[in-house]
Design a protein around this ligand. Structure first.
Ligand SMILES: O=C1O[C@H](COP(=O)(O)O)[C@@H](O)[C@H](O)[C@H]1O
Length: 230
């Protein structure tokens, strides 16, 4: 355990990792904004990024020139406990970062199939390439909402469209995901994961090349900076 800058709270390895990733992402956004009017940050949902969001939000950056969107989203209301947008609003768009512009991946449509085209138009208006795409990974090797058991996986791995509506037996809600081709459009790619289980999945992914088995494989050659803690 080390201590944070106030020398009060002991930091867990995951908290230290979140701080290191926040520093790196803040530096990347700052560097890009020196030579472009706006910068785009693509983040993932789930439980892993929360401490990172909290840390990044505190950086003094020209947030009014920063757009934030998600790699994927559950097709639920923003008030839902499973909404990635809710996590971003509650943990990232706080303090200095409240001045950023957030672009959610949902619409008022009943299904992601109905909403995907208008979300794609919204996404394509952003400042690509993104400064950073931060990916997470599930225990099944999924990243964003590219699930091994989804009927839309092949489409999501190959289409030039920006978004794909996804359904998978392994997850409760329908989802929308940025396609692999859209997620590839970034200056920097990061994989942020924690725990020995995910390290083992990543090692398995690195030993093969079939992205339909472990979709994270579609990003291993980006190159991908790996942020891992026990
Ligand atoms: O479903 C999702 O899961 C992954 C990983 O989530 P975590 O809770 O294990 O951190 C995430 O990267 C993805 O964006 C999310 O929709």
């Amino acid at each position: 355990m080390s201590r944070d800058s106030t020398n009060r709270e002991p930091l867990s390895p995951r908290e230290q990792l979140a701080g290191q990733l926040a520093e790196s992402v803040a530096g990347a956004l700052s560097a890009d904004l020196e030579h472009q009017p706006r910068a785009l940050l693509v983040v993932s949902g789930g439980s892993t990024p929360l401490a990172f969001f909290d840390r990044l939000a505190a950086f003094e950056l020209p947030w009014e020139r920063i757009d934030v969107t998600l790699a994927d989203e559950r097709w639920v209301a923003e008030s839902d406990k499973d909404s990635n947008a809710r996590l971003v609003r509650e943990h990232l768009l706080q303090g200095p970062a409240a001045a950023a512009t957030f672009h959610p991946l949902t619409t008022g449509d009943g299904t992601p199939e109905q909403g995907a085209a208008s979300v794609a138009e919204r996404v394509m208006r952003l400042s690509w390439p993104a400064s950073v795409v931060i990916l997470g990974m599930g225990g099944d090797g999924h990243t964003a909402s590219l699930f091994p058991d989804s009927g839309e996986l092949s489409l999501a791995l190959t289409t030039d469209e920006a978004t794909v509506a996804v359904r998978a037996p392994s997850v409760a809600q329908p989802r929308i995901t940025l396609s692999a081709s859209r997620l590839h459009q970034a200056r920097r790619h990061v994989l942020h994961i924690a725990g020995d289980d995910k390290r083992a999945v990543l090692a398995h992914a690195m030993a093969g090349d079939d992205a339909r088995e472990l979709p994270i494989r579609a990003f291993l050659a980006c190159p991908l900076a790996i942020y891992w803690a026990p």
